[in-house]
Design a protein around this ligand. Structure first.
Ligand code: ADP
Ligand code: MG
Length: 694
């Protein structure tokens, strides 16, 4: 191995053939050093056996016992249940999928060791589909000596493969020299005193004596050290982007046009003070000859769409085009309808661009666009495609930012540019994150906040109810629908896989239909074809469905003002931010709205604090702040649920206290050691800067 360097292609590693290389490339891993920086998402503790008598719910752990009873039950779903005991307590193993031979193996008297998550079952604690190993009756089988890292991965790339690749990459690292950060920096920021090599080695292969709880809680100094550097690299790349932008030119737009005046006077409402302020900030940018790079944050229902329309109007009034992009077909369609309703009467033409158009529709759309007949084009990611060419694009609006990565934003930037003119960019998100965090997460953007809701909004009354009171909830649904209201029933992730989750949603639909035979029910879940999903959502919007059973796919932006009740099952398993987003689907009209958070008792102290916070608060920013307080270290909900950018090891929320130092370190590095900047960025974000996509 000695001649391999960190810069060598991954194919230099043993076992990396063409197929594996392709999979690795898909994750943005091309060089040996990229393997090294593919960091564990978390750890599994298989170093000790937990006595059954001291299991805690939601604990992921290693257990051992003897099967006392093995039986097939035919409840809601056929399942194989194995009751095991170890003298200190008992546990049920539940299998939904099992073969004949498996069933025979899992017989009474068999000693078994399992790894899995402990859950509260209907009658006792359970593990669903644990990993298991059959053990001989009375031999001592050693447990793992070290924590087991779990790597983010892609289909067909197993954890074992990762461990092998990483072991090799660590050998290469041991024989290489990584240019360290300047001494002065290590002195100023104490975390940087740990050499990078040590930190990498420790997180990949924690030695047996490493503190397990610290590592699991992501509190180990080596982890913090890496998080610091990753956030620093992110900050540097964002700043670089921002500097680049400022060297580009953008069309100067006039903002006090007759068009915007007639738009405003035709609107059935007047803008809130917050909306006016944000429009003012946007308009100030649009009058500059450099491209706007602005993020508008506004809670669900705060009225971001009309703000984006005013920006689009400035482009159109100046004789330019605007593009509006949303993350899903449904949201794009919703914008399309809204924009048409607002803009067509003013003589502004609105076009539609989606991946599902027929060849002819597409040709017509492209022609109209290229000839400048379309003023505002609305669509999904299909807008990114190369053939979509604007005649004179001046503004790009991206709604619900967190579904798109930075590099996608960059791709859109390049759409409008002829020679050196770039379009202005407006990014909108409902993710309520505190301003300081937003400034780090989106350091390449200016931030505007719509901090109040339009008048007349009814707060959503939220109640927290144990799921053994399901009957009462069902009666409530019936009552709401009797009054011609509509209802969402959200099934959340209670199952291991999306497949099982969708099955569970189907089962819920069947149960609810039986309980509510006179209502019209519909179902949307992640495994449905997007056409079918859209069709159901459209019918719900049109009032043809009373009760919509859904998985969390309905999270973002959907606007059905007549929906006045939402029931969220297993609410205790979701993050606060996500619950708040979901709840924002109701309370969008003038009707009094309700949200029922169903939980499965008993509720942990933390779970109880979270649900109470949601019951007592309506303001997304306040909820985000409380979320930070309530989640202790060791409880990592991950940024995935909050819509913040994803990192390899850093967590913007958990590492928030590092941000001031990181900003200072970025200043120092840029002014005193500019040659280090590209090194750091490349180390963490490879070529494609595709953080967030793993
Ligand atoms: P979001 O910020 O979640 O995207 P929308 O733009 O969809 O919110 O607005 C939610 C609803 O509020 C829409 O029906 C919109 O027409 C309405 N709305 C927006 N601004 C105002 C306002 N100033 N006064 C009254 N209603 C408004
Ligand atoms: Mg919206």
């Amino acid at each position: 191995m000695s001649q391999i360097t960190l810069q060598a292609s991954v194919t230099a590693l043993r076992g990396v053939g063409e197929k594996l290389q392709q999979k690795l490339n898909k994750l943005g891993i091309t060089r040996v050093s990229d393997v090294l920086f593919h960091l564990p998402l978390r750890y599994q503790d298989r170093t000790r056996l937990v006595p059954l008598g001291s299991l805690r719910m939601q604990q992921e752990c290693l257990i051992e016992g003897v099967i006392n009873l093995s039986q097939i039950t035919y409840g809601r779903r056929r399942a194989l249940l194995c009751h095991i005991g170890d003298g200190s307590g008992s546990l049920i193993l539940r299998f939904f999928h099992f073969g004949k031979s498996q069933q025979q193996q899992l017989a009474k008297g068999q000693r078994i060791r399992c790894f899995g998550e402990v859950r509260q079952g209907p009658s006792a604690l359970e593990m669903i589909h644990p990993e298991y190993q059959l053990l001989p009756a009375d031999e001592v089988i050693p447990v793992a000596a070290t924590l087991t890292p779990v790597y983010p991965t892609t289909e067909g790339l197993h954890q074992l493969t990762w461990r092998k690749l990483i072991a090799q990459a660590l050998t290469v690292l041991a024989e290489s020299a990584i240019k360290p950060l300047p001494d002065e920096m290590a002195k100023q920021f104490s975390l940087l005193e740990i050499p990078l090599e040590h930190a990498l080695k420790l997180v990949h292969q924690p030695p047996p004596e490493a503190p397990v709880t610290d590592l699991v809680a992501r509190q180990h100094p080596a982890q913090k050290r890496l998080a610091f550097e990753e956030l620093l690299a992110h900050q540097l790349s964002m700043r670089q982007l921002r500097q680049q932008w400022q060297q580009y030119q953008a069309p100067v737009l006039t903002t006090d046009s007759a068009l915007s005046a007639s738009f405003l006077s035709a609107l059935p409402f007047s803008l809130t003070v917050a909306q006016q302020r944000v429009v003012g900030e946007i308009y100030a940018d649009l009058q500059q000859p450099i491209p706007m790079q602005r993020l508008v944050q506004g809670d669900v229902g705060s009225g971001k769409t009309v703000v984006s329309a005013l920006a689009a109007i400035a482009a159109v009034a100046g004789g330019y085009q605007a593009a509006i992009m949303a993350p899903t077909e449904l949201l794009a369609e919703q914008h399309y309808q809204t924009y048409k309703q607002w803009l067509l009467p003013l003589g502004v033409s609105v076009g539609w661009c989606s991946g599902k158009q027929t060849a002819k529709q597409r040709r017509d759309m492209l022609a109209a666009l290229a000839q400048g007949e379309t003023d505002v084009l609305i669509g999904t990611h299909a807008l990114f495609q190369d053939q979509v060419q604007f005649q004179r694009l001046a503004l790009v609006v991206i709604d619900e930012q967190h579904r798109f990565g930075v590099h996608q934003r960059l791709a859109l930037r390049d759409k409008g540019h002829q020679t050196t003119i770039y379009p202005h960019q407006l990014v909108m998100t409902a993710t309520p994150i505190p301003r300081t965090l937003a400034m780090t997460a989106y350091a390449d953007l200016q931030v505007s906040i719509i901090d109040s809701l339009p008048p007349g909004r009814q707060p959503v009354t939220t109640v927290v109810v144990a799921d053994n009171r399901r009957q009462e909830v069902i009666a409530r649904i019936h009552a709401a629908c009797q009054q011609d209201r509509q209802v969402y029933w959200v099934c959340t992730l209670i199952e291991e896989s999306e497949h099982l989750q969708c099955q569970a949603a189907e089962q819920t639909l069947a149960d609810l239909q039986q309980a509510l035979p006179d209502l019209r029910l519909g179902l949307v879940h992640g495994r449905m074809k997007s056409n079918d999903k859209e069709a159901i959502m459209q019918r719900f919007k049109a009032g043809e469905i009373d009760l919509l059973v859904a998985t969390t796919v309905i999270e973002v932006g959907v606007d059905v003002p007549n929906a006045s009740l939402m029931v969220i099952e297993n609410a205790e398993r979701l993050g606060l931010a996500q619950l708040h987003q979901l709840r924002g689907r109701v309370g969008r009209g003038e009707i009094e709205s309700h949200c029922v958070l169903l939980y499965h008792p008993p509720l942990s102290e933390n779970g109880s604090a979270r649900l109470t916070c949601l019951r007592e608060n309506q303001d997304g920013f306040e909820i985000a702040r409380r979320d930070l307080e309530i989640r202790g270290p060791g409880e990592l909900l991950g940024t995935r649920q909050t819509g913040l950018p994803q990192f390899r090891i850093a967590d913007l929320l958990a590492d928030a206290m590092l941000l001031d130092d990181i900003s200072a370190a970025a200043d120092r590095l840029m002014s005193a050691y500019p040659e280090q900047v590209p090194v750091l960025i490349k180390r963490w974000f490879a070529e494609k800067m595709n953080f967030g996509q793993v």
